[in-house]
Design a protein around this ligand. Structure first.
Ligand code: ADP
Ligand code: TMP
Ligand code: MG
Length: 205
């Protein structure tokens, strides 16, 4: 069933967010499949930073794929946009600079449905790139949950498994796993962690 806001979703911004492995890209692909049933033309974009599974496609961790245009700057969406495109899907939105915000507003104001998928928080559990702003201007928000790899509860955090404090570190199972709040410990990625923290995933406050 369509969202009550708009019967055909035209002129709308949607954001699918959550931690890694929560099914953001799966949900994006599911929405695009529904567009096919509705005979709507769509195009998909992703940032050049993400070359994990494919150079020419957006891919889920389970290797479900859809063709995508790789761009460096959000403005390149305009250059690649076909006149008859009704739906614009954008994966890994957290990696774009803030100009993605104005691009999204313009696309929606001109009647396009814009669907973002992106990490709401980074390895520290802090807001990631333009995501807080995109969530604020979205008409529809979907928050996805993964499974905590320690206890099996719902996971909202992404645990980085290696010592590295860069904001951007592209990868998947070798570098990250999903965790619930209780078992999330960003200090594990910092060089300065104590031996106690290394052994204890949920240090006493
Ligand atoms: P995202 O884009 O949010 O990182 P994907 O849509 O690419 O996620 O992949 C989601 C898939 O990841 C799930 O359907 C599942 O098969 C797999 N997966 C791997 N680890 C987990 C986990 N800890 N919790 C849930 N799904 C997981
Ligand atoms: P995913 O949400 O589709 O799994 O992809 C998230 C990408 O973001 C993945 O390549 C790892 C990367 N990433 C960072 O660059 N920095 C971070 O702090 C986190 C948590 C992930
Ligand atoms: Mg993804």
């Amino acid at each position: 069933m369509n969202h009550p806001l708009k019967k055909n979703f035209s002129g709308i911004i949607e954001t699918i967010c959550g931690c890694m492995y929560s099914g953001k890209t799966e949900e994006l692909l599911r929405q695009l499949k529904r567009c096919e049933y509705a005979k709507q033309n769509y195009q998909v974009f992703k940032p050049h930073i993400d070359r994990r599974y494919s150079d020419t496609e957006v891919s889920t961790h389970d290797q479900m794929k859809v063709p995508a245009i790789v761009i460096e700057k959000p403005e390149e969406i305009y250059q690649n946009l076909k006149h008859n495109t009704q739906v614009v899907g954008i994966d890994e939105a957290q990696f774009f600079d803030n100009s993605i915000i104005e691009v999204a507003q313009k696309l929606a104001n001109h009647g396009r449905r814009v669907i973002f998928a992106g990490l709401d928080t980074d390895w520290q559990g802090l807001p990631f790139g333009p995501m807080p702003h995109l969530l604020a201007i979205s008409d529809i928000i979907r928050k996805q949950y993964a499974v905590c790899m320690v206890c099996g509860e719902a996971a909202t955090k992404t645990q980085r498994l290696v010592k590295n404090t860069d904001d951007i570190l592209v990868g998947s199972f070798d570098l990250y796993e999903a965790r619930c709040r209780e078992h999330f410990n960003p200090n594990l990625s910092k060089q300065t962690e104590t031996k106690q923290e290394e052994m204890n995933l949920s240090p006493q406050l």
